[in-house]
Design a protein around this ligand. Sequence first.
Ligand code: MLT
Length: 272
Amino acid sequence: MTTRALHVRTYRTGALGLPVVLLHGFPFDSRMWDDVGPLLTGAGPVLAVDLPGLGESSDPSSSEASLDIAADQVAAALGDLGIRRAVVAGLSMGGYVALALLDRHPGLVAGLGLLDTKSTVDDPGARANRLRLADEVEDSGTVAAVRPMAAAVLGETSRAAQSDLERRLEALIDEQPPAGVAWSQRAMAARPDRTEVLTRFAGPALVLVGDEDRVTPRATAEHMASSLSDVRLVVVPRAGHLSAIENPGAVADAVAELVRRADLRETGARPT
Ligand code: MLT
Protein backbone atom coordinates (compact mmCIF):
# COMPACT_ATOMS: atom_id res chain seq x y z
CA MET A 1 0.00 0.00 0.00
CA THR A 2 1.35 3.48 -0.86
CA THR A 3 1.14 6.11 1.83
CA ARG A 4 0.53 9.55 0.39
CA ALA A 5 2.64 12.28 1.99
CA LEU A 6 0.09 14.97 1.24
CA HIS A 7 -3.62 15.10 1.94
CA VAL A 8 -5.76 16.33 -0.95
CA ARG A 9 -9.18 17.90 -0.33
CA THR A 10 -11.79 17.62 -3.10
CA TYR A 11 -14.28 20.45 -3.62
CA ARG A 12 -15.58 19.07 -6.89
CA THR A 13 -15.03 15.98 -8.98
CA GLY A 14 -15.22 16.28 -12.77
CA ALA A 15 -13.47 14.94 -15.80
CA LEU A 16 -14.30 17.36 -18.60
CA GLY A 17 -11.96 20.23 -17.89
CA LEU A 18 -8.56 21.02 -16.45
CA PRO A 19 -8.14 20.22 -12.75
CA VAL A 20 -7.75 23.22 -10.47
CA VAL A 21 -5.22 22.79 -7.67
CA LEU A 22 -5.31 25.29 -4.79
CA LEU A 23 -2.29 25.76 -2.52
CA HIS A 24 -2.79 27.44 0.85
CA GLY A 25 -0.90 30.08 2.82
CA PHE A 26 1.02 29.84 6.10
CA PRO A 27 0.32 28.83 8.86
CA PHE A 28 -2.96 27.36 7.61
CA ASP A 29 -4.09 24.31 5.66
CA SER A 30 -6.31 23.52 2.67
CA ARG A 31 -9.42 24.61 4.58
CA MET A 32 -8.27 28.16 3.86
CA TRP A 33 -9.97 27.58 0.48
CA ASP A 34 -13.34 26.47 1.89
CA ASP A 35 -15.11 29.66 0.73
CA VAL A 36 -13.56 29.75 -2.75
CA GLY A 37 -13.42 26.05 -3.76
CA PRO A 38 -17.21 25.49 -3.90
CA LEU A 39 -17.69 28.72 -5.93
CA LEU A 40 -15.36 27.76 -8.75
CA THR A 41 -17.16 27.14 -12.00
CA GLY A 42 -15.79 24.87 -14.73
CA ALA A 43 -15.84 21.23 -15.74
CA GLY A 44 -12.73 19.82 -14.08
CA PRO A 45 -12.03 18.71 -10.53
CA VAL A 46 -11.30 21.34 -7.88
CA LEU A 47 -8.73 20.20 -5.33
CA ALA A 48 -6.80 21.77 -2.46
CA VAL A 49 -3.63 20.25 -1.05
CA ASP A 50 -2.41 20.32 2.57
CA LEU A 51 1.25 21.34 2.20
CA PRO A 52 3.91 19.26 4.05
CA GLY A 53 3.38 18.94 7.79
CA LEU A 54 0.19 21.05 7.79
CA GLY A 55 -3.43 19.99 8.01
CA GLU A 56 -3.63 16.24 7.49
CA SER A 57 -0.36 15.88 5.58
CA SER A 58 2.52 13.89 7.04
CA ASP A 59 5.37 15.32 9.08
CA PRO A 60 8.24 16.26 6.72
CA SER A 61 10.75 16.88 9.55
CA SER A 62 12.99 14.00 8.51
CA SER A 63 13.69 15.76 5.19
CA GLU A 64 15.51 19.02 4.49
CA ALA A 65 13.22 22.05 4.90
CA SER A 66 12.71 23.14 1.31
CA LEU A 67 9.83 24.32 -0.84
CA ASP A 68 11.34 22.23 -3.63
CA ILE A 69 10.40 19.18 -1.58
CA ALA A 70 6.92 20.63 -1.06
CA ALA A 71 6.56 21.11 -4.84
CA ASP A 72 7.83 17.59 -5.58
CA GLN A 73 5.34 16.17 -3.07
CA VAL A 74 2.48 18.14 -4.67
CA ALA A 75 3.48 16.80 -8.11
CA ALA A 76 3.63 13.26 -6.68
CA ALA A 77 0.23 13.57 -4.99
CA LEU A 78 -1.32 14.82 -8.25
CA GLY A 79 0.45 12.06 -10.18
CA ASP A 80 -1.12 9.51 -7.82
CA LEU A 81 -4.51 10.95 -8.83
CA GLY A 82 -3.62 10.66 -12.53
CA ILE A 83 -3.23 14.42 -12.92
CA ARG A 84 -0.45 15.45 -15.33
CA ARG A 85 -1.66 18.97 -16.13
CA ALA A 86 -3.61 21.48 -14.05
CA VAL A 87 -4.32 25.09 -13.26
CA VAL A 88 -2.29 25.76 -10.11
CA ALA A 89 -3.22 28.68 -7.88
CA GLY A 90 -1.33 29.44 -4.68
CA LEU A 91 -1.83 32.09 -2.05
CA SER A 92 1.27 33.48 -0.32
CA MET A 93 3.29 30.38 0.78
CA GLY A 94 1.11 28.46 -1.69
CA GLY A 95 2.33 30.90 -4.35
CA TYR A 96 5.96 30.16 -3.44
CA VAL A 97 5.17 26.45 -3.87
CA ALA A 98 3.37 27.12 -7.18
CA LEU A 99 6.53 28.88 -8.41
CA ALA A 100 8.69 25.94 -7.29
CA LEU A 101 6.28 23.61 -9.10
CA LEU A 102 6.56 25.70 -12.27
CA ASP A 103 10.35 25.64 -11.97
CA ARG A 104 10.68 21.91 -11.30
CA HIS A 105 7.59 20.46 -13.07
CA PRO A 106 6.81 22.96 -15.84
CA GLY A 107 4.77 20.46 -17.86
CA LEU A 108 2.26 20.23 -15.03
CA VAL A 109 1.26 23.90 -15.06
CA ALA A 110 -1.38 24.77 -17.68
CA GLY A 111 -2.36 27.98 -15.90
CA LEU A 112 -0.76 29.83 -13.00
CA GLY A 113 -2.47 31.81 -10.23
CA LEU A 114 -0.28 33.85 -7.88
CA LEU A 115 -2.35 35.36 -5.09
CA ASP A 116 -1.01 37.69 -2.39
CA THR A 117 2.49 36.36 -2.88
CA LYS A 118 5.87 37.34 -4.29
CA SER A 119 8.63 35.83 -6.44
CA THR A 120 11.51 37.48 -4.58
CA VAL A 121 13.40 36.38 -1.45
CA ASP A 122 13.10 37.72 2.09
CA ASP A 123 15.48 40.39 3.31
CA PRO A 124 18.02 39.16 5.92
CA GLY A 125 15.94 40.47 8.85
CA ALA A 126 12.79 38.66 7.71
CA ARG A 127 14.75 35.46 7.11
CA ALA A 128 16.31 35.62 10.59
CA ASN A 129 12.85 36.21 12.06
CA ARG A 130 11.51 33.07 10.33
CA LEU A 131 14.34 30.97 11.74
CA ARG A 132 13.79 32.43 15.22
CA LEU A 133 10.06 31.65 15.03
CA ALA A 134 10.77 28.11 13.79
CA ASP A 135 13.05 27.50 16.79
CA GLU A 136 10.48 29.01 19.17
CA VAL A 137 7.66 26.83 17.84
CA GLU A 138 9.82 23.74 17.99
CA ASP A 139 11.21 24.44 21.47
CA SER A 140 7.80 25.30 22.95
CA GLY A 141 5.96 22.51 21.15
CA THR A 142 3.12 24.96 20.46
CA VAL A 143 2.15 27.31 17.64
CA ALA A 144 1.69 30.28 20.02
CA ALA A 145 4.54 32.20 18.37
CA VAL A 146 2.73 32.37 15.01
CA ARG A 147 -0.79 32.94 16.41
CA PRO A 148 -0.54 36.74 15.99
CA MET A 149 -0.48 36.14 12.24
CA ALA A 150 -4.26 35.70 12.39
CA ALA A 151 -4.66 39.44 12.86
CA ALA A 152 -1.61 40.49 10.85
CA VAL A 153 -2.78 38.92 7.59
CA LEU A 154 -6.23 40.53 7.59
CA GLY A 155 -6.92 43.85 5.93
CA GLU A 156 -8.30 46.85 7.82
CA THR A 157 -11.81 46.34 6.45
CA SER A 158 -11.99 42.71 7.60
CA ARG A 159 -10.62 43.55 11.03
CA ALA A 160 -13.23 46.27 11.48
CA ALA A 161 -16.23 44.52 9.91
CA GLN A 162 -15.65 40.77 10.21
CA SER A 163 -14.22 40.08 13.68
CA ASP A 164 -15.22 36.41 13.29
CA LEU A 165 -12.53 35.98 10.64
CA GLU A 166 -9.71 36.54 13.13
CA ARG A 167 -11.20 33.85 15.44
CA ARG A 168 -11.56 31.49 12.49
CA LEU A 169 -7.91 31.97 11.51
CA GLU A 170 -6.73 31.53 15.10
CA ALA A 171 -8.65 28.25 15.29
CA LEU A 172 -7.01 27.08 12.04
CA ILE A 173 -3.55 28.05 13.31
CA ASP A 174 -4.13 26.27 16.64
CA GLU A 175 -4.82 23.03 14.76
CA GLN A 176 -1.50 23.02 12.87
CA PRO A 177 1.23 20.63 14.06
CA PRO A 178 4.20 22.62 15.48
CA ALA A 179 6.70 20.45 13.56
CA GLY A 180 5.00 21.33 10.26
CA VAL A 181 4.88 25.03 11.15
CA ALA A 182 8.62 25.07 12.01
CA TRP A 183 9.51 23.12 8.84
CA SER A 184 7.47 25.51 6.66
CA GLN A 185 9.15 28.60 8.12
CA ARG A 186 12.59 27.13 7.47
CA ALA A 187 11.58 26.07 3.96
CA MET A 188 10.31 29.59 3.18
CA ALA A 189 13.51 31.11 4.60
CA ALA A 190 15.56 28.96 2.21
CA ARG A 191 13.59 29.72 -0.96
CA PRO A 192 15.37 31.30 -3.94
CA ASP A 193 14.24 34.24 -6.07
CA ARG A 194 12.00 32.76 -8.76
CA THR A 195 11.20 35.87 -10.82
CA GLU A 196 13.13 34.41 -13.74
CA VAL A 197 10.86 31.34 -13.76
CA LEU A 198 7.96 33.66 -14.62
CA THR A 199 9.69 34.98 -17.72
CA ARG A 200 9.86 31.41 -19.07
CA PHE A 201 6.13 30.73 -18.60
CA ALA A 202 4.08 31.32 -21.75
CA GLY A 203 0.74 30.04 -20.41
CA PRO A 204 -2.12 32.08 -18.95
CA ALA A 205 -1.45 33.64 -15.56
CA LEU A 206 -3.37 35.51 -12.90
CA VAL A 207 -1.67 37.79 -10.40
CA LEU A 208 -4.06 38.84 -7.66
CA VAL A 209 -3.59 41.04 -4.61
CA GLY A 210 -5.89 42.37 -1.91
CA ASP A 211 -5.89 46.16 -2.00
CA GLU A 212 -5.22 46.17 1.78
CA ASP A 213 -2.47 43.50 1.70
CA ARG A 214 0.39 44.79 3.88
CA VAL A 215 2.41 41.54 3.79
CA THR A 216 2.83 41.29 0.00
CA PRO A 217 1.52 44.65 -1.24
CA ARG A 218 0.49 45.68 -4.74
CA ALA A 219 4.07 46.55 -5.80
CA THR A 220 5.12 42.90 -5.40
CA ALA A 221 2.14 41.82 -7.54
CA GLU A 222 3.05 44.36 -10.21
CA HIS A 223 6.63 43.10 -10.15
CA MET A 224 5.47 39.52 -10.88
CA ALA A 225 2.94 40.64 -13.50
CA SER A 226 5.64 42.57 -15.37
CA SER A 227 7.61 39.30 -15.76
CA LEU A 228 4.71 37.33 -17.30
CA SER A 229 3.64 37.42 -20.94
CA ASP A 230 -0.08 36.46 -20.72
CA VAL A 231 -1.23 37.88 -17.41
CA ARG A 232 -4.28 39.48 -15.78
CA LEU A 233 -3.58 41.59 -12.71
CA VAL A 234 -6.56 41.71 -10.35
CA VAL A 235 -6.75 43.96 -7.29
CA VAL A 236 -9.39 42.68 -4.87
CA PRO A 237 -11.25 45.36 -2.93
CA ARG A 238 -11.83 45.11 0.84
CA ALA A 239 -9.19 42.38 1.26
CA GLY A 240 -5.81 42.12 2.92
CA HIS A 241 -3.30 39.26 2.60
CA LEU A 242 -5.92 36.50 2.94
CA SER A 243 -8.08 37.61 0.04
CA ALA A 244 -9.47 34.07 -0.37
CA ILE A 245 -11.31 34.30 2.92
CA GLU A 246 -11.81 38.06 3.05
CA ASN A 247 -13.46 38.43 -0.37
CA PRO A 248 -13.96 34.87 -1.67
CA GLY A 249 -16.44 35.82 -4.40
CA ALA A 250 -13.96 38.14 -6.12
CA VAL A 251 -11.15 35.57 -5.78
CA ALA A 252 -13.34 32.76 -7.18
CA ASP A 253 -14.33 34.94 -10.16
CA ALA A 254 -10.68 35.70 -10.94
CA VAL A 255 -9.55 32.05 -10.62
CA ALA A 256 -12.53 30.83 -12.69
CA GLU A 257 -11.56 33.28 -15.42
CA LEU A 258 -7.99 31.91 -15.33
CA VAL A 259 -9.38 28.38 -15.69
CA ARG A 260 -11.44 29.45 -18.73
CA ARG A 261 -8.35 30.95 -20.37
CA ALA A 262 -6.31 27.81 -19.64
CA ASP A 263 -9.09 25.52 -20.89
CA LEU A 264 -9.33 27.53 -24.13
CA ARG A 265 -5.58 27.36 -24.58
CA GLU A 266 -5.54 23.58 -24.01
CA THR A 267 -8.44 23.01 -26.41
CA GLY A 268 -6.76 25.16 -29.03
CA ALA A 269 -3.54 23.23 -28.58
CA ARG A 270 -5.24 19.86 -29.03
CA PRO A 271 -4.78 18.28 -32.49
CA THR A 272 -8.08 18.04 -34.40
C1 MLT B 1 1.50 33.27 4.07
O1 MLT B 1 0.41 33.85 4.14
O2 MLT B 1 1.61 32.17 3.52
C2 MLT B 1 2.69 33.91 4.69
O3 MLT B 1 2.47 35.27 4.89
C3 MLT B 1 3.88 33.66 3.83
C4 MLT B 1 5.11 34.27 4.39
O4 MLT B 1 5.33 34.21 5.60
O5 MLT B 1 5.91 34.78 3.58
